[in-house]
Design a protein around this ligand. Structure first.
Ligand code: NAP
Length: 258
């Protein structure tokens, strides 16, 4: 796979992707907004794993910043063989009456950036006859949890379409759909998770190692952990009215007043 570019590499799953890929001897390009954190991580990775770690500070919702990352993906110098579209956030607001600017920000990050970066990365990979796109979706894609579900459903559907288009080129597309993972995601999004049982949580290390194993075997859909594979299977066969009822229950847990 060669060099891997990971978005959202300053924290959570992205940080874990960066470490596991570097440990597996891939040079890494680390993308996020927090320059201090990225520089610190890059230094640690270079010292511990002996690979090259480039830092690309970018706000992926900013069109000029996003274009700089796209340019890096188009570059033939130390070409990127694996793009991990991982950066994301939890909005934690109702759509009705919610702040539209925040909605657009989330859409730009979790949909537009994924599309633009994949569009930049794939042609070079196809020309080289090898490469992989790994998009971080969510089990929420199968549920009815507001616009976050819609964004992740787009990611899932987009990845499947891309996989169909790429068949026979040597380039693969995979979407990983984690359940709850202990990262900074919920704290940053001010999402109250106190009512969620311990059994609902996955470790970042397991999610990432399982996703990378699925990329290596060319899987299109990756759902780490048996419990979430069972849940995904149930969500696919259940009537959508039952899925919507779960959405209402979750909303009530997070916002008992609403
Ligand atoms: P996290 O710990 O909050 O990390 C989010 C990362 O995204 C950070 O590195 C952050 O870095 C980066 N980021 C946020 N906004 C950005 C922007 N505008 N431009 C560039 N980078 C930005 O969250 P996480 O749990 O690792 O989330 C990673 C992915 O997993 C997301 O796509 C999320 O939807 C998905 N996911 C998470 C869970 C979960 O339970 N945690 C479950 C299913 C799916 P900076 O702040 O430095 O920019």
């Amino acid at each position: 796979m060669g060099t891997a570019l990971v978005t959202g590499a300053s924290a959570g799953l992205g940080l874990e992707f960066a470490w596991q890929l570097a440990t597996a001897r891939h040079d890494v390009v680390l993308v996020a907004r927090d320059e201090e954190r990225l520089t610190h991580v890059a230094g640690q990775i270079e010292a511990a794993a002996g690979v090259r770690a480039e830092v690309l500070v970018a706000d992926l919702t900013d069109r000029a910043d996003l274009e700089r990352v796209a340019d890096r993906l188009r570059s033939d110098e130390n070409p990127v063989g694996l793009l991990v579209n991982n950066a994301g956030l939890g909005l934690n607001q109702r759509f009705v009456g919610g702040d539209l600017t925040r909605e657009e920000h989330a859409l730009d990050l979790m949909v537009r950036a994924v599309m633009v970066l994949s569009h930049a990365a794939v042609p070079g990979m196809v020309e080289r006859g090898r490469g992989a796109i790994l998009n971080v979706g969510s089990i929420a894609a199968l549920l009815a949890s507001g616009t976050y579900s819609a964004h992740k459903a787009w990611v899932r559907s987009f990845t499947e379409g891309l996989a169909v288009e790429l068949k026979g080129t040597g380039v693969t597309a995979t979407v990983v759909s984690p359940g709850f993972v202990r990262t900074e995601f919920h704290e940053r999004g001010r999402i109250d998770v106190s009512a969620y049982p311990d059994a609902a949580w996955l470790g970042a290390e397991h999610v990432v190692s399982s996703a990378l194993a699925d990329v290596r075997r060319g899987a299109v859909i990756a759902t780490p952990s048996l419990r979430y594979r069972v849940l995904a299977g149930a969500a696919r066969v259940a009537p959508r009215s039952a899925v919507r009822a779960v959405g209402r229950y979750r909303k009530a847990l997070e916002d008992p007043t609403g």
